[in-house]
Design a binder for this molecule. Structure first.
Ligand code: NAD
Length: 497
């Protein structure tokens, strides 16, 4: 029998068929056949993949306690950076050995096409290795100048750090989040999104196999409103990090504020791409269509408002329309597929509702969009869509999180900048032009955490990534800044006798 890319790997099959999937706390599997469960579904078929044991507030408490115990007693916090690098290197090697398994789990669970899921696993590996190395480069203390005193600042890990993640980039975001925390000597409790628990739960088992001490990495599965809320409100966390929607981000911020737990929030966006008339229209169109259809547009930092210089507007619209129509929609494990399903029926409804409401408010449907049929698959598929019109329109203001772009025209540079900044979000924008001086001018005036020039969705390690205003606070992701966030600063002072 020929092995197609759709054939499930034996490890994947065993993991999914092994009964309700338990969480991992302090090195113990938590949950069994008697546990309350929720179901993880394949978005490409609408069929169940596995039952997942649901963790209650007591389990969350147990996880934070296990993380505290590992922080105090496992030796993780006091390892030298070199020894921690060696341990994280073993974790990376274990993940590397199971790359295909993790990629297939990720693809099945989130509807992400297999090549992109494999890219996300690679990204996890890059993050772990980058931060394990980076922690070696930072001196554990820095001298302070103070007359009459010998003084220095020491960097100490905080303790147990909580993480709550969304469903769009499960394994990649786990890497972005926990790699700096672990490299700095902290322990972690992770709550994955309930739509995509599989890769993170599998990862926790790999960490155990790699010899990471019990309790250093804990994973607890369950719904946001119960498991997530219990984690965010836990008073014994020393730091919290949340990636997800601004609505839930506010709740997390409130809960952490009550406990005075420092929190990082990485939230949604409504990014713009400003396209000037001196660009290579075909190339720019290909890039922007590629970005907005990547993972069916479920990407927080996507450019979903395309602001186009009037002289090239018609040509640009022809190019992007042709490319969006040509995107091959299909099952995420089918090698020919360019765009898979959205994550669930709720998300599909959300995309279709925005298309409807946008048009009711007067937007022109340049490319209709709507539900897509994939023969033999009863999944959550939608077609790419293009709307055009006023930026006051609901579809131009709110984050849709689907393969939908909104077109508008401009005549002057100042006008374009004002249009970009006509939002409370502030995650990422891009400017497209052959004029380097203009590119820099516009890049600096767009209000967000990230401005990209002649590219979109690029995340080189070492370059801080993050959002401002409604898109988040804390930032510094992917860079040395975030590593420093995971060290508590301690001033040590002694009078000179
Ligand atoms: P979401 O906010 O609904 O859920 C995110 C996580 O929060 C999930 O694990 C969920 O279970 C949990 N949660 C939900 N309610 C909770 C509560 N009351 N208390 C504690 N936890 C709770 O977001 P989503 O739909 O999973 O993801 C999409 C959103 O994430 C979009 O807005 C997207 O832009 C954003 N996002 C941002 C970034 C970034 O880096 N800025 C990256 C990826 C996604």
């Amino acid at each position: 029998m020929a092995i197609s890319s759709e054939t499930r790997l034996p490890e994947v099959e065993a993991f999914l068929a092994g009964g309700p999937v338990p969480s991992l706390v302090g090195g113990q599997m938590i949950g069994d056949a008697q546990s309350s469960v929720f179901c993880s579904v394949d978005p490409g078929t609408g069929k169940p993949l596995a039952d997942i044991c649901e963790m209650g507030a007591g389990d969350v408490d147990r996880a934070v306690t296990a993380a505290q115990r590992a922080f105090d007693a496992s030796g993780w916090a006091s390892l030298s950076p070199a020894d921690r690098r060696a341990a994280l290197g073993r974790l990376a090697d274990e993940v590397e050995r199971h790359k295909d398994v993790l990629a297939q789990l990720e693809s099945l669970d989130g509807g992400k096409i297999l090549a992109q899921a494999a890219g996300d696993v690679q990204n996890f590996l890059d993050s772990i290795r980058y931060f394990a190395n980076a922690a070696m480069e930072v001196e554990p203390t820095s001298p302070l100048t103070a007359e009459g005193f010998d003084a220095y600042q020491a960097r100490r890990p905080w303790g147990p750090c909580g993480f709550i993640f969304p469903w769009n980039f499960p394994i990649l975001l786990v890497g972005w989040g926990i790699a700096p925390a672990l490299a700095a000597g902290n322990t972690v409790v992770i709550k994955p999104a309930e739509d995509t628990p599989l890769s993170t739960t599998y990862l926790a088992r790999l960490a155990q196999q790699a010899g990471i001490p019990d309790g250093v990495i804990n994973v607890i599965n369950g719904p946001g409103a119960t498991t997530g809320a219990a984690l965010a409100a836990h008073p014994d966390l020393r730091r919290m990090s949340f990636t997800g929607s601004p609505e839930v981000g506010r709740l997390i911020g409130e809960a952490c504020g009550r406990n005075l737990v420092p929190v990082k929030l990485e939230l949604g966006g409504k990014g713009a791409a400003v396209v000037f008339d001196d660009v290579d229209v075909a190339r720019t169109a290909a890039n922007l269509v590629g970005a907005v259809t990547f993972h069916a547009g479920q990407v927080c930092c996507d450019a979903t408002r395309w602001l186009v210089h009037r002289p090239i507007y018609d040509r640009f619209v022809d190019e992007v329309t042709a490319r969006m129509k040509a995107v091959k929609i299909g099952y995420q494990l089918d090698e020919a597929t360019q765009m898979g399903p959205v994550v669930n029926e709720k998300q599909r409804r959300r995309v279709l509702d925005y298309l409807e409401r946008g048009q009711q408010e007067g937007a022109q449907a340049v490319l209709e969009g709507g539900p897509a049929e994939v023969p033999g698959r009863d999944g959550f598929y939608v077609r790419p869509a293009l709307l055009a019109g006023s930026l006051e329109n609901v579809a131009a203001r709110e984050e849709i999180f689907g393969p939908v772009a909104y077109l508008a025209t401009f005549d002057e540079e100042d006008e374009a900048v004002a249009m970009v900044n006509q939002t409370d979000y502030g995650l990422a924008n891009s400017v497209w032009t052959a004029d380097a001086a203009r590119a820099d001018r516009v890049a600096r005036r767009m209000v967000a955490g990230n401005s990209w020039i002649n590219c979109h969705n690029v995340f080189p390690l070492g370059v801080p990534y993050g959002g401002v205003h409604q898109s988040g606070l804390g930032g510094g992701v992917n860079s040395i800044e975030t590593l420093h966030d995971y060290w508590r600063k301690l001033s040590v002072v002694r009078p000179i006798e």
